[in-house]
Design a protein around this ligand. Structure first.
Ligand SMILES: NC(=O)c1ccc[n+]([C@@H]2O[C@H](COP(=O)([O-])OP(=O)(O)OC[C@H]3O[C@@H](n4cnc5c(N)ncnc54)[C@H](O)[C@@H]3O)[C@@H](O)[C@H]2O)c1
Length: 251
């Protein structure tokens, strides 16, 4: 991809799953990659596995003070930031009537508030520089209804609208887009779905399989690159065709 070499890139939730695949992809592109994650053990593993990583920062994105502190730490490594992949997120699968208030708050705090805290810090640095790109992790769950994910769906819908608002206010210096994957096989999915449920998910995808983290990483790389210079304020679906017909999976 054009224009990613030597770019300073921060990936939240980058210690595993889609975030880790994205870190690997941006390293391949010659970028300077920094990973923020709340899982210290996973951060230690990724430091060993990924040679060339610019650095890692341990922080919980839902804790505004921790996020501010993490950015100050980052400022010691790099002056400014070119690309943010705002990816950290969690999911809880529960029937709507059984969602406890603290579960609701936890999802909203990580997936929506955390994304806002990180995006605001990143945007300030990008506006002080020449330009920047912010890519927020949405989901097809933010675009259509899925049962048993009320809090998650609401958080991801919020991310998509936050993305549009940011794109309008931060243009023309900073481009902001959302990426909305369908089923991608990661530790998050493996924790929530039985093998039988995963097969059912696959059967509802026109391309007849779950997506791979590397495929989402490729979309992040394109949107961050100079190839996407005229793209802002959009939500990009990557789901193997799952929602093309407007029919949500009921699994
Ligand atoms: N896997 C999918 O099918 C799928 C589909 C659509 C959207 N998404 C979104 O993609 C993102 C990554 O998902 P994944 O499947 O790779 O999940 P994952 O659980 O495999 O990885 C998530 C990473 O985020 C980190 N994280 C979680 N909470 C955090 C917090 N409060 N602060 C900092 N780091 C935190 C975790 O430690 C982990 O390293 C999430 O936002 C998720 O909602 C995933």
């Amino acid at each position: 991809m054009k224009g990613l070499k030597n770019k300073r890139i921060l990936i939240t939730g980058g210690a595993r799953g889609i975030g880790a695949a994205t870190a690997a992809r941006f390293l391949e592109e010659g970028a300077r990659v920094f990973v923020l994650d709340c899982d210290k053990a996973a951060l230690r593993s990724i430091e060993k596995e990924m040679s060339g990583l610019g650095g890692t920062v341990a922080a919980d994105v839902s804790d505004v003070e921790a996020v501010n502190h993490a950015f100050k730490e980052l400022d010691c490594f790099i002056q400014g930031l070119d690309v943010l992949v705002n990816n950290a997120g969690i999911s809880i699968r529960h029937p709507f009537l059984e969602v406890a208030p603290d579960e609701w708050l936890k999802i909203i705090n990580v997936n929506l508030n955390g994304m806002f805290y990180v995006a605001q810090q990143a945007a300030r640095r990008m506006l002080e520089g020449e330009e920047g790109v912010i890519l927020n992790m949405g989901s097809t769950n933010g675009l259509i209804g899925y049962p048993y994910y009320a809090a998650y769906n609401a958080s991801k819908s919020g991310v998509i609208e936050l993305t549009r608002s940011m794109a309008l206010e931060l243009a023309p210096k900073v481009r902001v887009n959302a990426v909305c994957p369908g089923y991608i096989l990661t530790p998050m999915q493996e924790a929530e779905y039985t093998p039988q449920m995963l097969r059912e998910c696959e059967s509802k995808v026109p391309l007849a399989r779950l997506g791979k983290p590397e495929e989402v990483a490729a979309l992040f790389a394109f949107l961050a690159s100079d190839e996407a210079r005229f793209i802002t304020g959009q939500a990009f679906v990557i789901d193997g065709g799952e929602i093309a017909g407007g029919l949500a999976s009921q699994t």
